[in-house]
Every structure is written in C-alpha cells, then in structure tokens.
Design a protein around this ligand. Structure first.
Ligand code: CIR
Length: 264
C-alpha cells in the first residue's frame, strides 16, 4: 500500500477561543467554538477508529488559525519539512509544530528562505509524485526550496496552478487512493490530473472536494449527498464529519491534521 493513504499517526490541534479572529476570504459570520470543538472531536474519533495514534495538541490562542495544522508541515515517510506559511499571521505556527515533529521523526528540515512561502494545503502527495499548487500562500521560491529539500529522499515535485479565487490547491482536490483523485471540474479541467483516475465532485458541491483518505476511511464534510454517494458508489467507506464552522474560515478535512508514518 502507498504511503499516501496508510498512516500510523496524525497530529491535530484543538481550536482556540481566538478562532473568531481566523482568516477568511468572505465573512459569513464567526464560527461557534463549542460546535467546532464537537466537530473536531468526531474528526479525531474517526481517525482513531482506523487504529492510528492521534495526537491532540493544546489550543494556541496566539494563533487564531492554528487548528489548521496541515499548513505547518509536509510529512513524508523519510522525514518532515516545516513549512513557511504565506499568511503573516500564521508564520509562527510552523515553529510551534517543529518540536512535535522532532519527537516522532529522525529527520526534520525546514523552509527557511526569507522570500520562500509555502503552506501544506497546497501540497498533494500521491504515490508517484508531489503536486504543489502555486497560490496566494505558496510562491515559486517556496516550491523550489521544497524541491531541493525532498530530492535526497527520492521525491519529485510537479508545480500546478490553484484555480483563481481558491485558497489552496487541495481546497479543490484530494487523494482517494494511490491512483484516484477527487476533484472539482474547475481544477481537473486544467489537465493537472491527466494519467490519474478522477472522480468529479457534483456540480454545486465544490466544497466537498477537500476530503481525506485515512487508512480504510474517506472523511468528508457533511452536507454534500451527491458527492458522498459518488464516492461510496466507487467503493470507498465514507464518514461524514460536520464542517460548518471550519468552512466559515475556508477550512476542511485535510487542514485539520498532519497524517504520516514516520521512520525514526
Ligand atoms: C487560512 O486562511 O489560512 C485558514 N483560515 C484556513 C486554512 C485552511 N487550510 C487548508 O486548507 N490546508
């Protein structure tokens, strides 16, 4: 099985009360912390259902978006890369994550260039390559630095584009198995997934594209029945998780965890 769908570990961070100051493209109202925490609890319980060890870090009030841990690191089997988030209010989150990666990994490196910016939400790891979407948060210098860091581990990067107005590359896609990608049609139409099997999210359900395949389960946001049925019909075991509060901050399933199998 590929390293990209089978995991022994996940790291999450509980949402902080400062979440009401989290970044958002469009203001649709503040998230309700209690409801977000309840959704977060069911997300963690579902990851644990697969037998994985799920670490829950404490809330970080100084960083309103810190529940979205995915943006702070790229976790590969050979080692972890600490990111350099392109959102100024999120830069410090990466350093907060680093010690937790050092505790689990033999090798941890970092993006350090003053002009390099890259967030984990722009990175999709498949069995054969690492796709990185340039976005408002991820620039060419960040991608080039990441390519240099992971080359010794045998990984190749392919740069792709994030659709205009979309926060991260993975806002619009996710890996369902080693060869299958769930994608919005506005993204797959670019041809970036040619050579993969692509399952399109239903029209009008674009917010369902950000799912995660975690061991035997696909976790997806609740409320997208046509996409849910399409994923189930393709043979996957689906779990729907409430995402109404994270969605107010442009967050989804992948943002809420780092998923990996570390080699010590
Ligand atoms: C942000 O704008 O950075 C957060 N409000 C949402 C981050 C979502 N992260 C992700 O998709 N990987």
């Amino acid at each position: 099985m590929s390293f990209s769908i089978q995991f022994t570990h996940a790291i999450t961070r509980r949402p902080a009360a400062s979440i009401t100051r989290g970044l958002r493209a469009v203001d649709t109202g503040n998230p309700d912390l209690a409801l977000m925490q309840a959704h977060h609890d069911s997300y963690i319980a579902t990851l644990r259902e697969t037998g994985a060890t799920v670490i829950e870090l404490p809330p970080l009030d100084a960083y309103p978006d810190s529940v979205f841990v995915e943006d702070t690191a790229l976790c590969l089997p050979q080692g972890a890369v600490v990111m350099r988030p392109g959102a100024p209010s999120r830069l410090g989150e990466a350093a907060e994550m680093a010690p937790h990666l050092h505790a689990l990994y033999g090798e941890v490196v970092g993006i350090t260039g003053a002009e390099s910016f890259i967030e984990g939400g722009d990175i999709l790891v498949t069995e054969r390559e690492i796709l990185v979407g340039r976005s408002a948060r991820t620039n060419a210098a960040g991608i080039a630095e990441l390519a240099r860091l992971v080359a010794p581990w045998g990984h190749e990067l392919r740069e792709v584009h994030t659709p205009p107005g979309v926060l991260h590359f993975k806002t619009d896609c996710s890996l369902l198995d080693v060869d299958t990608i769930l994608s919005t049609t506005r993204l797959s139409a670019s041809g970036c997934f040619d050579g993969y099997r692509v399952i399109d999210v239903a029209e009008g359900e674009e917010a369902a594209a950000n799912t995660i395949r975690f061991n035997d389960l696909v976790l997806m946001p609740a409320g997208f029945p046509r996409t849910r049925d399409a994923i189930a019909a393709a043979g996957y075991t689906v779990r729907e998780i409430g995402n109404s509060e994270c969605a107010k901050l442009d967050g989804g399933m992948s943002c809420l965890s780092l998923r990996f199998t570390p080699r010590k």
